[in-house]
Design a protein around this ligand. Structure first.
Ligand code: ATP
Length: 325
């Protein structure tokens, strides 16, 4: 039987020529898959189109655009078993990088044509689906700076430039992190909760690896006390991310868990999958195997927890703790 799919296409994502790109996608997929194509508009987002496609009972949903489009469309298929195809055409393409999906149109289409699927975890941040990560503090401020016109002019460099500008406003905040069995308090410049993260999301790279099918979220606390410390900590994270090792600096901590409740003083901006969504407090939880995607497999490793050395750290064991899980 011939396959069919709903293709959700953002015509303004990234810096390429959308007509050419759609032509390439159709030329590759249509010989084998009947495509029902929908464009996102300024008013109609990818999630609306994807929810409507789920209602119609489509066989598969393929989303093509930047991380915002992919993440929004993915939200609609959570818990449905409808396979989700990813064709990245954005600026950062963190979504594809984190899930190990090739970010060229040709190879992404090839992945969908091969038809191999796997289940991955999905997070919820205050009831909003989150495929990649929630960033509090530094990352959120950086994303806000790298606006559409900056991305059009500078592409990926817009995020790097925004990061450097943001360092000038270096600020820390008090944070309280409640897990299933602990309450952790410290002072931080950035707190990141990742379901999946590409190596370029350096602020998420405390642990030696972030796995998208382990049923757990990885939380990284970056807590430098000065701009120089922030640069050194970021560089260390960049290095450990490239080599796949865990961090060793006192101003970086990490832990894993199924859910985290995070409060900050003062309230901080929050970015979920690259889009600004509001401010703290947030509650983030993991839904194991909530999403079925067309993707190659990713290896799994065992991770540990490291909190010692963080400034003003208190860790209080909760009386109701269920350590046995
Ligand atoms: N036809 C359209 N015209 C104008 N804006 C659109 C249209 N379709 C989608 N959008 C907007 O595009 C944004 C999503 O962009 P997306 O994340 O796909 O691309 P990007 O910004 O190039 O990529 P990245 O997030 O990787 O930088 C949403 O804010 C959405 O409202």
């Amino acid at each position: 039987m011939r396959r069919s799919a709903c293709l959700i296409f953002n015509p303004v994502a990234g810096q390429g020529d959308p007509e050419l790109e759609l032509g390439q996608i159709r030329a590759m997929l249509e010989p084998e898959i009947d495509l029902d194509i929908y464009y996102t508009t300024e008013e109609i987002d990818a999630d609306q189109l994807a929810y409507a496609a789920v209602e119609r009972g489509v066989d598969a949903i393929i989303a093509s655009g930047g991380d915002g489009t992919l993440s929004a469309a993915a939200a609609a298929v959570v818990g449905t078993d409808i396979p989700f195809g990813i064709i990245s055409r954005g600026t950062a393409n963190a979504f594809a990088a984190a899930l190990g999906i090739p970010d060229t149109i040709a190879v992404a289409c090839e992945t969908i044509l091969q038809g191999k699927t796997r289940k991955v975890d999905i997070g919820y941040c205050n009831d909003q689906p989150m495929v990649l990560l929630a960033g509090i503090g530094f990352e959120a401020e950086t994303v806000e700076r790298a606006d559409r016109s900056a991305k059009n002019r500078f592409g990926m460099l817009a995020y790097v430039l925004a990061g450097f500008q943001e360092l000038r406003n270096f600020q820390t905040f008090d944070v309280e992190i409640e897990t299933e069995d602990k309450i952790i308090k410290t002072t931080a410049a950035a707190v990141t909760v990742a379901n999946a993260a590409p190596p370029t999301s350096v602020l998420a790279q405390g642990p030696a690896g972030i796995f998208v099918d382990d049923g757990l979220l990885d939380l990284t606390i970056v807590a430098p006390v000065s701009k120089a410390g922030a640069i050194a900590a970021t560089f260390h994270l960049f290095q450990t991310a490239s080599t796949g090792t865990a961090v060793e600096r006192n101003d970086i901590g990490y832990l894993r868990g199924k859910q985290f409740k995070i409060t900050t003083d003062p309230p901080q901006k929050v970015v979920v999958d690259g889009e600004l969504v509001g401010t703290t407090p947030i509650e983030v939880r993991c839904v194991p195997a909530g999403l079925t995607i067309f993707v190659p497999t990713v290896e799994e490793e065992v991770l540990t927890e490291k909190l010692e050395g963080l400034p003003n750290l208190t860790v209080e064991l909760k009386e109701t703790a269920d350590n046995g899980e």
